[in-house]
Design a protein around this ligand. Structure first.
Ligand code: FES
Length: 96
């Protein structure tokens, strides 16, 4: 199984995780703190910018609905819900 590289900015930390790992779990493995609340894709507390889109699994309905309610473009994802898929994922913190 190919691991996925997840890069966290501006912390400058990198971690390698299995496909299907959430960005929140990857951040915890990397020692990067992301503020979170519900952990169910509902509150939007843990929003980050994550690209490219094809390196992540598509958002689930609850995640998509929360991001739409917040008026955010598709580059933003909820850390507790967004799961990595392949390649290299760049995650930017600090937009909120
Ligand atoms: S912690 Fe609430 S949406 Fe992720």
């Amino acid at each position: 199984m190919n691991l996925v590289e997840v890069q966290f900015e501006p912390a400058g930390k990198i971690v390698f995780v299995r496909p299907g790992t959430t960005l929140l779990a990857a951040s915890e493995a990397a020692g990067v703190e992301i503020a979170c609340g519900c952990r169910r894709g509902m509150c939007g507390t843990d929003t980050v910018r994550a690209e490219p889109a094809d390196a992540l699994q598509p958002p689930t309905d609850p995640e998509r609905s929360t991001l739409e309610r917040m008026g955010l473009d598709p580059a933003f994802r909820l850390s507790c819900s967004a799961r990595v898929e392949r390649g290299v994922v760049k995650v930017e913190l600090g937009h909120f």
